[in-house]
Design a protein around this ligand. Structure first.
Ligand code: 1GP
Length: 244
């Protein structure tokens, strides 16, 4: 059975009066020592959510998930790049449907394969419309999923896609500029989408400073996701914590 209702992370996320910060931990981005140091920082300046995953992984996701579960009290969710990244040890999963693309495997195919496993594991499942927004550089998601992003200068397509996601019953949206993107998603696109839907809106990719985070929050993001920037400078965790 899929976990829903009280005491789920989604219950918190639905409360859009609070701005949230998620930290994306890439299992390939940390060794034992740097992960231990990261956990110390997380406990001092806790984000709201820990995401674990990536487009392609060389290290086993279970080791990172287990370390974060043992070392922190935060919800640990899978941010899956593919089916090899399922794990019963996580608290939940952003069940991503890549609605910006037209590859059936990433819209529904992988989900069918994952469903029995997720049903058995009982972890929380948050159905999430994942929208890749282009910014001029080919991203790992684009290449690995064999899909095109929504052009960054076509807010009307982004808005219609977000509306369709909400009408289809998805429970949250994630606007993705791509890991390590030179620019985060444009605030203008976030603003247009925010006006058209009421779902919780996460925004990630290329967020390197609290200034950018504030801009994205002001445009209507409910949660920002930071990965690379903290990997390079774990001290940033404190700065993002102070935003909340
Ligand atoms: C990538 O949105 C996440 O899928 C985070 O991106 O690593 O650029 O922060 P960054």
């Amino acid at each position: 059975m899929v976990r829903q209702g009280m005491n789920t992370f989604y219950e918190q996320l639905k409360d859009r009066s609070k701005k949230r910060v998620a930290l994306l931990v890439d299992p390939d981005g940390y060794d034992n020592k740097s992960l231990e140091e990261l956990i110390e920082k997380i406990n001092l300046y806790p984000p709201d959510l820990l995401l674990v995953g990536g487009s392609i992984l060389f290290n086993p996701i279970e080791i990172t998930i287990t370390a974060l579960k043992l070392g922190t009290r935060l919800p640990v969710f899978i941010f899956p790049g593919n089916l090899y990244q399922l794990s019963d040890r996580a608290d939940g999963i952003l069940f991503l449907s890549l609605i910006s693309g037209r590859n059936p495997e990433f819209l529904i195919g992988n989900h069918v394969l994952a469903a029995p496993h997720l049903g058995r594991s009982g972890i929380e499942v948050i159905p999430t419309g994942y929208m890749l927004i282009g910014n001029g550089k080919t991203t790992s998601v684009e290449y690995m999923s064999n899909t095109s992003p929504i052009p960054g200068d076509k807010p009307d397509i982004a808005v219609a896609t977000a509306m369709a996601g909400e009408m289809l019953g998805l429970k949250s949206l994630y606007l993705e500029a791509g890991s390590g993107a030179t620019h985060s998603v444009e605030p203008g696109i976030i603003r247009s989408i925010r006006k058209s839907i009421s779902l919780p809106l996460a925004v990630g990719g290329g967020i390197r400073s609290t200034e950018t985070a504030v801009e994205l929050f002001n445009a209507g993001a409910d949660m920002i996701v930071v990965g690379n920037a903290v990997e390079k400078d774990p001290g940033l965790i404190k700065e993002f914590y102070q935003l909340k």
